[in-house]
Design a protein. Sequence first.
Length: 199
Amino acid sequence: MHTAITAAFGDAMRVQDAFIKNPANRQTIVEIATQIVNTYRKRGKVIIFGNGGSMCDAMHFAEELTGRFHRDREALPAIAISDPSHITCVGNDYGFEQIFARGVQAYAQSGDVVIGISTSGNSANIIAGLQSARAMGCVTVALLGGTGGKISGSTDLQLIVPADTSDRVQEVHTIVLHILVQLVESELFFPTPNPPQYA
């Protein structure tokens, strides 16, 4: 077991190191954060969605914005499309592929930032959700894994984690989402650095 633990940490660190050493990834994170900041300054919102563990990441990201990250500040509007009643209703009436598209159609407005998370890049419901967002004039962002799958190249901004398994991809997605909240929170409320508060 000790060998497996050490190997898992080593693998995770290699994936993270490879990702952040790519200057294009760092620049894209800046661009995503800038889009979110600009959307909030225009009184828009962020909508985010994913399946399984990626849905948990979406919910985590949204609550960091509506709640707080490092310090107390104004609540920021963010919606994770994760309501079980919505998902089961739409899944039953329209099919599972439409659960995020219908959520986007219900909540999004032109100029909002819509983020889809897919470790494979091939999830049909993520594809449909992002397509709906693009058709509505939203800024579309994809967090992907592997080679990016079918979603790669179809959004305004994208980040692809070059890993073969969902766990390694999701670990980097979580870090990226935390960094985005940090950048957005700092830019909007705390341009002068201060020590963080932890709850």
